[in-house]
Design a binder for this molecule. Sequence first.
Ligand SMILES: CC(C)(COP(=O)(O)OP(=O)(O)OC[C@H]1O[C@@H](n2cnc3c(N)ncnc32)[C@H](O)[C@@H]1OP(=O)(O)O)[C@@H](O)C(=O)NCCC(=O)NCCS
Length: 149
Amino acid sequence: MPEVTADVRIRALDELDLNGIVRIDEKITGIYRPDIWEQRVMFYTRRDPGASQVAESGGKVVGFMLGDCRAGEFGLEEPSGWIERFGIDPDHRGKDLGRRMFDAICAHFKAEGATSVRTLVDRTDEPVAGFLKAIGFGESPLAALERKL
Ligand SMILES: CC(C)(COP(=O)(O)OP(=O)(O)OC[C@H]1O[C@@H](n2cnc3c(N)ncnc32)[C@H](O)[C@@H]1OP(=O)(O)O)[C@@H](O)C(=O)NCCC(=O)NCCS
């Protein structure tokens, strides 16, 4: 059942939410990139239907959180949830929508057998790092590594 509070509804992502997500991303980044978001929305709605979430206010998408439950990747045999991308319309921040979408995606991951949820963060992005800390993310024994090619 979708969660409803006041006029805001947290519900599973649908392919029809693409335009709303493109608009939020453009508002946050200043870049209009429908092709990239179409790929991501199609990927997540097919890969783990019901996991990714949106926040809808007055019938308009004002937030999104994309992720999926995976097992067997990077030698991690047990299923775990992965959060890839999220964004809240700047006019709708500070109303717990990020936290509520997170709770909803985690409920889905748990129902799929996951006992942990993972993400990657740019530590220099203080707002996003601060949000992730506030919703309970901490250091992991897994580390993201990279080298130039
Ligand atoms: C980070 C973001 C998701 C927060 O969403 P939000 O709905 O305003 O957050 P919530 O109201 O659910 O807040 C949940 C918790 O996070 C904390 N939090 C939210 N924004 C924060 C920030 N900028 N810095 C530190 N903590 C923050 C809140 O204080 C709250 O903690 P509390 O419950 O202990 O008080 C939102 O600001 C955002 O979308 N930022 C841009 C993300 C981005 O760049 N995306 C690019 C596209 S992928």
